[in-house]
Design a binder for this molecule. Sequence first.
Ligand code: PNS
Length: 158
Amino acid sequence: MRVVCPGSFDPVTLGHLDVIERATALFDQVVVAVGTNPAKARLFSADERIEMLIEACAPMPTVEVVGFVGLLTDFCRERGAVALLKGVRSASDVDFERQMAHMNAHLTGVETILVPASPTYGFVSSSLIKEVASLGGDVSEFLSPSVHRRLLAKFDVA
Ligand code: PNS
């Protein structure tokens, strides 16, 4: 069975990778769907975000990384995915994801599976990582070395 792990991954963190790896233990195939809506401002381009994920997921042979635009439910249908799988860190994450899960189920009947973020990464988000890194704080523990290097280069603090 195939599952989709969606996100903007701007950039991918070790928290994301933990969820993706756990998805590989549950499903035969995992499609990491990278939202590439050009109307949304991102630090990393779609190509950069996809490239970083391909590199980070290389040790996981059942994972495929694909960019998508438009409705996530259409993407799931095109790919023959039975479910969406996302990590949640907090009650507010659950509440937000619950709304999207119901809307996505309404659109195509796709199921959503929410998994609790590992305690190690329970406070890690891409937006917080970017803010701290832009101000010179050390976020190396939460990123792969390659993603960390790319992030420092963006802020010219390498
Ligand atoms: O990293 P994020 O911000 O949690 O990722 C959000 C993403 C890309 C999964 C979400 O914005 C999304 O599903 N976008 C596709 C458009 C869509 O289907 N919107 C309706 C959601 S109910």
